[in-house]
Design a protein around this ligand. Sequence first.
Ligand SMILES: [Zn+2]
Length: 574
Amino acid sequence: MEFKSFFKKNTSLPVSDSKANVPDGLFTKCPKCSKMILTEDMYLNNCVCPNCSHYFKIDAKTRISMVLDSGTFEEWDVGIKEKNPCGFEGYPEKLRELKSKTGLDEAIVTGRGKIDGNDIVIGVCDTRFLMGSMGEVVGEKLTRAVEKATELKLPLIVFTCSGGARMQEGVVSLMQMEKTSAAIKRHDKAGLLYVTVLTNPTTGGVTASFAMLGDIILSEPQALIGFAGPRVIRQTIGQELPKGFQRAEFLLEHGMIDNIVERSNLKKTLSQIVKLHIRNKDNRLAEYKKYLEDKWANLKKRYADIDWENAQENNLSAWEKVKISRDNKRPTTIDYINRLTKNFYELHGDRKFGDDGAIIGGIAMFGKMPVTVIGHQKGVNVKDNIYRNFGMPNPEGYRKALRLMKQAEKFKRPVICFVDTPGAYPGAGAEQRGQGTAIAENLFEMSDLKCPILSIVIGEGGSGGALALAAADEVWMLENSVYSVLSPEGFASILYKNPKMAEKASEDMKITAKDLLEMGIIERIIPEYEVVSRENLIVFCMYIKILIAGFLIDKGSMTAEELTEKRYERFRKM
Ligand SMILES: [Zn+2]
């Protein structure tokens, strides 16, 4: 491990919880469990307490050595002179003292380096320097790093830990928020990746600017993250705060961050994210399709008992298909994602209210091509189904889906959606948070999304809740899936005043793949040579992969304008 050798060379590096340090530095006292730990053991455990898993704050250089490939870091913009815009007494002396004490230039270190061989620009805050607060120099160093990343077309990774704006510099420190955000907007417009890693604590003006602007926002466990800290809230308005308030876990649940990552997994995770954003212009889709076709030909031979040529038309009734589509043994979105793609990295949250378990989404590799995958997710057992809300999304689910689709557009990734929901969740909370608005916004934005969108109905396609993931360039249906304006039970109770007539309703409603293909609502039926299950999914997905590769080759040859024009014509026919 490179980090070990770094530590050996830098054993005098103070840890930020330095008050807890024993003077000779041989032992460190854990501020959480009070145990005395050999300082070297603590470092070798990624600065996590081996006894209670407390995360020690770490300084910027240590952080860099933990994340970047050894010897690749090149530091930028050292020595920018601080001003004292408010003439704050003792401030210049304090800065001088901190510089000599910490060996730091300022509260942030910036530069470039490599992660698993891939070039990135990095910024790392350091709380040892005035609580990592952002004054003019911090803002300037970060802004220059962002601008250079934009110029060099490189991904940007920023580790935050900060008390917020630097009070000693008055309103000048506030202006750093707009300066850094504006630079990040330009980096964003250039279609480049920005990842933030929030560490303990990330608060105030840093949270309200560059920390929360990542395409992907990660956090270390238990990190305190918020704009107004708990003490400010209590002192200002006297409000009591819920348990775990403003901790990373709380933010994940409330949709504000994508994932919490253990320190020991950070490099691996960042590396995976960077790799998923490398756009290989030569995605070799045609070659991949040919490879899949050969594999498929072999698989067909192995399953010679299936009548591949004539299996398209099965004789199941619409009602039987309804029952199959709802069967909890039927594969769910995650099963398809795992079979059709590799290296799936799940992202969470709508950045507004919550993370909806009923919709799953993230980035994955289809062959050599990064794709965004999103789908309704049903549970496989009762406990899972409660978390997944039986595949019935709330507005935050649709908003998460839209957030991921907009990301796909930015990075020019195709979107593949999997539809499997009884419908959007009919609940008071969902209405209060704008269920109708959330679905409408998806239809609105998907109509003009500048990247290919494919939707596959794998189970139940229930009403507007399904449509919000199916306003696509093409919609395909598995042979035994259904897609309808509402459930047959609902239809029967409205039109026949008798919910028991659901079976008749399912026939009358024209909800099978065959019906919908004939009506021109969908583009393709994916035959189920035998009813699809988790057991036969491998064979089945080989066939779907060939179809998806064909779709991507076809759409990949179109410009964004051609793509959206054709999509508009498709909707216009309805
Ligand atoms: Zn401890």
